[in-house]
Each structure stands twice: as structure tokens, then as C-alpha cells.
Design a protein around this ligand. Structure first.
Ligand code: PBG
Length: 329
């Protein structure tokens, strides 16, 4: 018998065969686009650490989202840049029905009623200390924070936000938010919990985007997970599902593909990953100086999430990836 008996390369010999044996796919349906919204009129400002990503004012949202909608991106996630004077120790602005995220959501639903909107629930865009919960001395207090998060979630649901995404990592928040939503008549408002969210250095550019960079006192290690842990992620996911999460998320993304894979094989529930600001910054800056091929690298980074077990990915490349996918059709 000729050697080698098995030729793996036979199935790679031409494009049609490669397409036939492909195990996973990436389509526009798998993309969620995070956007930054700020105060002001006709405002559009670049974020230095994230070339190609901008903060836009509410009046520019219609134009800002037009291409995403035309390309068929199913959902966006809104992050508000809260002005300094509206931040306080308890994050009161989170409960204001006319806060930036609520105004943005209403504006988006007016123009694009079928576009899904995800609202981040955590206090850090609204606190003057930059933490996701209430503080007492050095401590980020868990149980007192839950009540505020529940009111923040209901406030967002009232503004038309479809999916509440608690990113605060307080214990018990999914259950408290679920009950509050149900009590207020929002049975169909979904919860996508940031179930396994790590205390990561990859969030650095996001803090610049929200202009919350220098504000944070200390770090988030008493509530976000230790990057060294795996089993703990499964416990976090199990608890969030028991408490009523409809979908779960792993964050960051690329350095945590092992976690994504374990969550998917263990729970078989709708699973998302967040390719966070630092991951975007690494790639976008490498593209800028010509170190990596832009289109190929974007698609490869995203198919990796699908292969690992994700249903979808939150990525700042969403619109660009959708554009590339459309071109390839
Ligand atoms: C807020 C939140 C953060 C991100 C999403 N929601 C920052 C943090 O936890 O410090 C990071 C997203 C990114 O880096 O792209 N709780």
C-alpha cells in the first residue's frame, strides 16, 4: 500500500471540498455590535486606543446604525459615557428614566424597531469611584447593590431595552433582576448574564472610551474572576442559569476560548463571548501598522469563537465583519 494511507490533504485540495467539509460557520446573525453613546449635539469623537471606534451623540444614532441595520446585524449593546457631574457614590443616574442609555434606546427603537438592544447593568458608568457596586469603606457591598441593579434593569426595560446584561458580578443579581422585571410586567425581557467575567487587563481601552480610566480606585478583583480559574466559571454559569439567565456570556473572549468551550459542552445553553476593547485594540493597532491582514484576521478571530462553542460574539468589528461576509457571498 502506498504511504501515507490516509491523506488529510485530499479534503483540502479545492475550494468546493473545503466548503463541503467545513464544520462551523460565521454569519452576520452571530454578530453583536457594542456602541458608545455620549451627550451633546452632532458629536462624534474618536477613541485613541481603539482606532475606528467612536463615541456618538443620541442625535447621530440613526446614521451611526444605518449600515449595521442594512447589513442585518441582529443586536447592538449600548454603553453610555456619563458626564462627570452626573456621577455620584451610589450611581443615582442609573435609575434616571431620562439618562443617556434610556434616551439612546428610545431613539434607536423609533428608527429601527426590529434591532435588538442590549443594556449593560452595572453601576460603573454612573459611580464617581468607578466600581460596579455600592461601596462601604474599601468594600464593594453585595446585597445592597442588588436592589439598585434591579431598579436599573427595570428602568432600562421601560426604555425599550430588550436584553438586560448584568456585568457587575455581584452574587445573586440575576435572580433579583428577574423577579423585578417580572413584577413590572417585563416577562419577555431577556437576561444575558456576564456569567464568567474575569478581572482582566484587556478592559483598559474601554475605560478610556467611557472616560472612566483614572477614576477607578483599586481593582475589581473582589467581584470579577481570577484569570487562573476554570471550574469557578462553571459554577458561576450554573448559578446564573438557576437564577433565570436566558443566555450567558464569557468575557474577555480570545484569551478565554477554553472557558467558552467548557461552558458550551457542559451546559448547552445560548452562549456568547465578548471580544473586548483590549482584544480589539491589539488587532486594530496591528492592522494600522500593516502587521496583520485586516479582513482575514478579523474573520479568523471570530470563527475561533464559533469553533469554541459560541452562538454569537460581541465585537467592535461587527459591522466590518458583516461587510466582509456580504462581499464574500
Ligand atoms: C462594566 C463593563 C466593562 C466592560 C463591559 N462592561 C468594564 C469593566 O468591567 O471594568 C468591558 C468591555 C470592553 O473592554 O470592551 N461593568
Amino acid at each position: 500500500m502506498a504511504f501515507p494511507a490516509t491523506r488529510m490533504r485530499r479534503n483540502r485540495v479545492d475550494d468546493f471540498t473545503r466548503r463541503l467539509v467545513r464544520e462551523t460557520c460565521l454569519t452576520t446573525d452571530h454578530l453583536i455590535w457594542p456602541i458608545f453613546v455620549c451627550e451633546g449635539q452632532n458629536h462624534h469623537s474618536a477613541i485613541k486606543a481603539m482606532p475606528g471606534v467612536a463615541r456618538v451623540s443620541v442625535d447621530r444614532l440613526k446614521a451611526h446604525l444605518a449600515e449595521a441595520v442594512a447589513l442585518g446585524i441582529p443586536a447592538i449593546a449600548i454603553f453610555p459615557v456619563t458626564p462627570e457631574h452626573l456621577r455620584d457614590a451610589v450611581g443615582s443616574e442609573a435609575e434616571n428614566p431620562d439618562n443617556l442609555i434610556c434616551r439612546a434606546a428610545r431613539e434607536i427603537k423609533k428608527h429601527y424597531p426590529d434591532l435588538g438592544i442590549i443594556g449593560d447593568v452595572a453601576l460603573d458608568p454612573y459611580t464617581d469611584h468607578g466600581h460596579d457596586g455600592l461601596i462601604s469603606g474599601e468594600e464593594i457591598v453585595n446585597d445592597a447593590t442588588l436592589e439598585v441593579l434591579a431598579r436599573q434593569a427595570v428602568n432600562q426595560a421601560r426604555a425599550g431595552i430588550d436584553i438586560i446584561a448584568p456585568s457587575d458580578m455581584m452574587d445573586g443579581r440575576v435572580g433579583v433582576i428577574r423577579r423585578a422585571l417580572d413584577q413590572e410586567g417585563f416577562q419577555n425581557t431577556r437576561i444575558m448574564s456576564y456569567a464568567a467575567k474575569y478581572a482582566s487587563a484587556f478592559y483598559g481601552p474601554f475605560r478610556e472610551a467611557l472616560q472612566s480610566g483614572g477614576r477607578l480606585k483599586g481593582d475589581k478583583k473582589t467581584y470579577q474572576m481570577d484569570p487562573a480559574n476554570t471550574d469557578e466559571a462553571l459554577r458561576e454559569v450554573a448559578l446564573d442559569l438557576e437564577e433565570g439567565a436566558d443566555m450567558v456570556m464569557v468575557k474577555p473572549g480570545m484569551p478565554y476560548l477554553d472557558i467558552i468551550h467548557r461552558v458550551r459542552t457542559t451546559f448547552k445553553v445560548p452562549l456568547f463571548a465578548y471580544q473586548v476593547s483590549g482584544e480589539y485594540a491589539m488587532l486594530a493597532n496591528a492592522f494600522e501598522v500593516g502587521l496583520l491582514d485586516r479582513e482575514k484576521t478579523i474573520l479568523e478571530s471570530l470563527i475561533a469563537f464559533r469553533r469554541a462553542g459560541c452562538h454569537g460574539v460581541l465585537t467592535y468589528f461587527a459591522v466590518e465583519a458583516a461587510r466582509i461576509l456580504q462581499k464574500q457571498k
